[in-house]
Write a new protein. Structure first.
Length: 55
């Protein structure tokens, strides 16, 4: 699951690897939804941390 998130920022030459990884997943939709949730959670944590640093 975390590998999927890491590969979202991968260079273009790794795009085929990323697509193979996604297509090999049996529950594609579940993986994609979990990835989106992880990204949103990470963004919220970063936002919270930066707000604390500013104050």
């Amino acid at each position: 699951m975390f590998r999927l998130v890491m590969q979202l920022d991968a260079p273009l030459e790794q795009e085929d690897m990323f697509l193979q990884y996604v297509s090999s997943c049996e529950d594609c939709l579940k993986c994609i939804l979990e990835t989106i949730l992880i990204v949103i959670e990470a963004h919220m944590v970063i936002k919270a941390l930066t707000k604390k640093d500013i104050k």
